[in-house]
Design a protein around this ligand. Structure first.
Ligand SMILES: Nc1ncnc2c1ncn2[C@@H]1O[C@H](COP(=O)(O)OP(=O)(O)OP(=O)(O)O)[C@@H](O)[C@H]1O
Ligand SMILES: [Mg+2]
Length: 317
């Protein structure tokens, strides 16, 4: 089955003097999980709210297939979303919450137990949502999003509050939804959290697009990093100097940038430098993410004045 793509086109939202989303354009393909990444306050939730017709754009368009959300017939069967985990009536039970929604969504009430089971909440079906833990609320949000069996799934920071098993489970769930051809967009401010889940990444900073690409292309931007432990610290540092490796001193060894473990191992062997650990840490994606989103700060920063006096940056020497 072919599900629609999402198109964000020149999307802009201003709240008074603040531009929360700034001429943003990207597409989200069906059959893939797309990570929507950006630091706190970068405009992810606002973008998702515009996509769901909850916030009116100042300019531009957010389309599901070829139309805005508000023009979709039976939208809950096309688009499932979990934006805020806390927006449930606290007095209702988990099952009661879903049953209240079922007629609007256009599904039989039998579907409610099915989705609760699916998200691992069967045991808590008859407990009041007010007493749910944060992770349980996230799961209920997910159940709500999946109620209409939609082809498009929008999740805002779905891993927040989930325990490690929950995160692994969520990853499997998102992967299987994409395998069924669905369009899955999942926001996060933590790249590491979605790294093993997503096929594509859209990175924003200050409401602007920083980068949209496949995860593989994004990873290609990152430098390879190798972790080294050695009792011969001085000899190893000298070797690194000779080879021109860029190194970081960590509390228990070094991190060498831009080389593979094989290169470091061979050089250390030849030079007779004893190593106690040599490990490929892989691509330093977090560094790329920080760099991209930090450099997007500069031109749009609303602070025109000089930095405050004193060691406000923590960069004290
Ligand atoms: N209704 C509103 N009125 C005024 N400002 C708003 C409103 N909603 C969002 N903003 C502002 O827009 C900017 C983007 O907020 P948004 O919630 O979209 O960021 P986010 O990327 O989802 O952040 P987080 O990772 O913290 O969830 C922020 O500066 C926020 O304060
Ligand atoms: Mg948000």
């Amino acid at each position: 089955m072919e599900f629609p793509a999402i198109t964000i086109d020149g999307l802009t939202k201003r709240f008074g003097g603040l531009t929360a989303v700034d001429d943003l354009s990207f597409t989200v393909a069906p059959g893939r999980v797309t990570g929507f990444l950006g630091p706190n306050g970068s405009g992810k939730t606002t973008t998702l709210r515009m996509l769901l017709g909850l916030v009116e754009p100042t300019a531009g368009r957010a389309l599901i297939g070829d139309r805005p959300f508000r023009q979709i017939p039976q939208p809950a069967q096309q688009v499932g979303a979990a934006l805020e985990a806390s927006s449930f009536h606290p007095g209702r039970t988990g099952l009661g919450h879903l049953k209240a929604l079922a007629p609007q969504v256009g599904v039989p009430t039998s579907r409610c137990r099915e989705v609760l089971e699916f998200v691992g909440l069967s045991q808590a079906a008859d407990r009041r949502v007010g007493g749910y833990s944060m992770g349980m609320r996230q799961r209920l949000g997910l159940a709500t999003a999946l109620l209409g069996d939609p082809g498009i799934i929008l999740l805002d920071e779905p891993a927040n509050g989930l325990d490690p098993q929950g995160i692994v489970w969520l990853r499997g769930l998102l992967r299987s939804l994409a395998r069924e051809g669905r369009t899955v967009l999942v926001s996060s401010h933590v790249l590491a959290e979605v790294r093993s889940t997503v096929d594509d990444v859209v990175v924003i900073g200050n409401g602007k697009l920083v980068r949209a690409s496949t995860l593989a292309d994004f990873e290609a931007l990152a430098e390879h990093v190798v972790a080294v432990r050695t009792p011969a610290r001085a000899s190893f540092a000298a070797l690194a100097g000779e080879r021109g490796w860029r190194m970081e001193d960590t509390h228990d060894g070094f991190r060498v940038h831009g080389v593979t473990a094989a290169t470091v191992g061979a050089a250390a062997f030849t030079a007779g430098v004893e190593l106690h650990q040599l490990a490929d840490v892989g691509a330093d994606l977090e560094a790329v993410f920080l760099h991209l989103t930090r450099s997007s700060d500069a031109p749009t920063s609303s602070f025109a004045g000089p930095p405050p006096a004193g060691p406000a940056t923590g960069d004290v020497r």
